[in-house]
Every structure is written in C-alpha cells, then in structure tokens.
Write a protein that binds this ligand. Structure first.
Ligand SMILES: Nc1ncnc2c1ncn2[C@@H]1O[C@H](COP(=O)(O)OP(=O)(O)OP(=O)(O)O)[C@@H](O)[C@H]1O
Length: 260
C-alpha cells in the first residue's frame, strides 16, 4: 500500500500584479511534506514575492493558497495565527532587531506566543542557537558584531523559534564565501533531517541547489514552468531553462570529465 504524500503548500491559479505589471498568472505549484525545494528563475520572475505569499505576508491578487491542506482564505483569525506559527521565514538580510542580542531576538517570537518562565525561555532559545551551529557566546552578541555567516545562522535560529515544520529562506547563501555557503548548506541538510522540515529556498546559488534541494521549481513566463529534480532540470530543453542552466551544465560536464 502506498502512503499518500501530504501537501504542505498548494498554489492554484495564483495571480500577482503590481499595477499594470503582471508578475504571476495562473501559477500552480504543489510542495509535499519533507521536500527540499528551490524556487529558481531569472531576476524579477517573482520568486521573493511568491515566498512572501506562501509566508502569508502578502496576499495574491487571485487564486488559492492551501497550507497544510487548508485554504488560507477559509481560516478564522485564530487559525491564521496558528498557521503563521507553522512557518519559519529567513529574510535575505536576516532582519534581526539590532537593539537586541541574538538570544533576545530568538526569544522574542517565543515570548509572543507562549507563557514561559525566563529560564525555560532562555533554554529554548539556546537550543535553537546551538541547532544552527552557533557557539554559546554568540547568544550575547548584537547582530552588528556578527560575521555574515553567523548572522544568517542567527536568522535561521529565530525562524525556528516556534518549531515550524515549514522553513522558508530567501537567498540564504547570498554574500557568503564558498566555504561559508557550503557550511550553511550542510547545516540546512542537518536541520532538515533532524527536525523533519519542509524547506523552500529562493536561490541563485547553483551549488546550494545541487547540495540541498531534491526538487527545483522553475519560474518563468509568469508561472512555474516545471518542478523536477535538478538532475532532470539541467537536461530540460525549454529555452528559458536551458539558458538559465547553460553555464552550470558546462561547468559540471567539465568537472565530470576531469573525474574520469
Ligand atoms: N512592493 C512592490 N511594488 C511594486 N513592484 C514590486 C514590489 N515587490 C516586487 N515588485 C516587482 O515584482 C517583480 C518580482 O519581484 P521579486 O523580488 O519577487 O523577483 P525575484 O524573482 O525574487 O528577483 P531577484 O532574483 O532579482 O531577487 C519585480 O519586477 C519587482 O520589481
């Protein structure tokens, strides 16, 4: 007997417009529990906007968004709050409060939703901090004194504060050096396995796509052209997809030849 995969995100016939500018039209996308999905596409194809619609930070102009099997338009206020807690979001610049320490930043969402003693709150926040591989002393630092890599880990720790099963990341490795980006990717894989997460990341980082994701959703022509594993995507003959991955194809072909 096959077990039906549970959908975490289902987008049906989505439209997004800014005035006359149509970003998405009749966009469909389904993401299943446990998937590690990259949202990929040319600049301006609406990847970040789509991520904020999935995060319920922006409403689409038409179409339906179902999260964890529930259409969000049918949710009451309390149900919406509950649904929001099931989504962790890491913004491109980290978006931590500069006046708070890393630990205080992580504690903030927990404080908003749960009544806990100060010591339990701190313990929980420390747990998230350690999960992302940050050293304990980072807890008491302010965001501006962190390196780029540490800042991104702190942002992930905060996104995980409420134990969300779905983690969204907007260009997580942008601005990191190759070693830092590779270490970050490894951390994402470990978090995915340890916490049974569903991951959706907007990224232009081809190394991240190959390392972290098992599915790639390609945005083009105002919709998701295709969702498939990267191994198939790089062989896709659609002209827009072919152009996007042209350099990657060449680079990896050379690497494989060198390995023979
Ligand atoms: N608040 C806004 N007001 C007007 N236009 C917007 C707004 N937010 C996004 N857009 C437009 O929507 C389009 C999609 O933007 P988005 O940032 O999602 O693209 P993207 O695919 O993430 O691009 P990139 O890869 O360059 O980050 C762009 O043309 C952008 O200018």
């Amino acid at each position: 007997m096959t077990v039906a995969q549970r959908t975490v995100v289902e987008l049906q016939q989505l439209a997004t417009r800014f005035g006359q500018h149509v970003v998405h039209e009749q966009l469909d996308l389904t993401i299943y529990e446990g998937e590690r999905v990259a949202l990929v596409g040319g600049s301006g194809t609406g990847k970040s906007v789509l991520l904020s619609e999935i995060a319920m930070l922006r409403e689409p102009d038409a179409g339906e968004i179902c999260l964890f099997g529930q259409p969000i338009t049918q949710l009451t206020g309390r149900q919406l709050t509950a649904q929001r807690q099931r989504i962790g979001m890491m913004f491109q610049q980290g978006a931590l409060f500069s006046s708070l320490t890393v630990l205080e930043n992580i504690m903030l969402p927990i404080q908003e939703h749960q009544r806990l003693s100060a010591s339990v709150l701190q313990e929980l926040a420390m747990l998230k901090l350690r999960l992302t591989g940050l050293p304990d002393h980072a807890a008491h630092l302010y965001p501006q004194s962190l390196s780029g890599g540490m800042l991104k880990r702190a942002a992930v720790a905060r996104a995980l504060a409420l134990d969300p099963p779905l983690l969204l990341l907007d260009e997580p490795t942008a601005g990191l050096d190759p070693a830092g980006a590779a270490a970050f990717d490894q951390m994402l894989l470990e978090l995915h396995a340890a916490l049974n997460l569903t991951l959706i990341l907007v990224t232009h980082d081809l190394d991240s796509i190959w390392t972290v994701t098992d599915q790639v959703a390609f945005l083009g022509e105002r919709r998701v052209l295709v969702k498939q594993p990267i191994q198939q995507m790089v062989r896709n003959e659609h002209p827009v997809i072919k152009t996007y991955f042209a350099n990657d194809r060449a680079r990896r072909a050379i690497r494989q030849e060198q390995m023979v």
